[in-house]
Write a protein of this length. Structure first.
Length: 253
């Protein structure tokens, strides 16, 4: 006759045997608000989008915010499965270990100026000649600005972070700054400035399509993630996530 203890053990094993445990995707990011930020209620646009897509696809997720160089190393060492937000052209040197989801939105760089600066909205970068624009150290600037900088026709002043650019612009030390539209909208509010005091003076033609980078060892998850991302585009979830962080930014006039 079976003992009560044996029956109890078998019952427990039966319960666990019928349970299904979701696979985990290890997400990695570096600090670049509002796209990628510290873990918490609002970890950033990219983490929100990818975690929602992963959940819809049936995966659990963990999330690490790392210094940028360390995040790249973690991906190479297969210590994270997913870089939450990147353009494939930014990671060309890691082509052999990288696969990508479908792009889920694109970035748009702009030149932001103070509203009282008298700088007109323009579609011609020659209108910035003789002006000083704040940029981020080490970034190549498209739309012909790089050539204008190198020729000395537009003055480039590099800083380490975009919040410093915004502070210098607000203090009148720059005529304008080059920044991603969503980042500018988010940081202006976070730093306590009034968005109405700024304006968009130029919209870049060059856009960057952003996707999740998946380690080649986990590229089997991509079809499921792509289906989830397509659903999120269709039902407006991605737009809602972006709007949560962006608010209303400086407008063209």
């Amino acid at each position: 006759m079976m003992s009560v203890r044996f029956i109890a053990i078998m019952a427990v094993l039966s319960v666990f045997g019928n349970m299904s445990f979701a696979e985990e995707l290890r997400l990695g990011a570096y600090d670049q608000p509002p796209y990628m930020m510290k873990e918490g209620e609002n970890p950033g646009i990219c983490a929100d989008i990818v975690r929602e897509a992963a959940g819809r696809a049936g995966y659990d997720t963990s999330y690490k915010l790392l210094p940028h160089k360390r995040e790249l190393i973690y991906f190479v060492e297969n210590r994270i499965d997913v870089e939450t937000c990147v353009s494939p052209e930014w990671r060309s040197k890691y082509r052999e270990i990288s696969a990508y989801t479908e792009a889920f939105f694109n970035t748009e760089n702009v030149v932001i100026a103070r509203k009282d600066s008298g700088m007109a909205t323009t579609g011609d970068i020659r209108d910035f000649r003789g002006k000083t624009l704040g940029t981020i150290l080490g970034y190549f600037i498209t739309d012909g600005f790089q050539e204008e900088f190198e020729a000395g026709r537009i003055i480039r002043e590099d800083v380490a972070t975009q919040d410093k650019n915004i502070r210098k612009l607000a203090a009148g030390r720059f005529d304008g700054i080059i920044i991603d539209r969503i980042t500018g909208s988010y940081l202006i509010r976070q730093l306590g400035f009034n968005p109405a005091d700024f304006r968009t003076a130029y919209v870049f033609e060059t856009k960057s399509l952003l996707a999740a980078r998946i380690h080649k060892s986990r590229e089997d998850v991509i079809p499921k993630l792509n289906r989830a991302l397509a659903e999120m585009k269709k039902d407006g979830t991605i737009d809602k996530i972006i709007s949560k962080y962006m608010g209303t930014g400086p407008k063209n006039e």
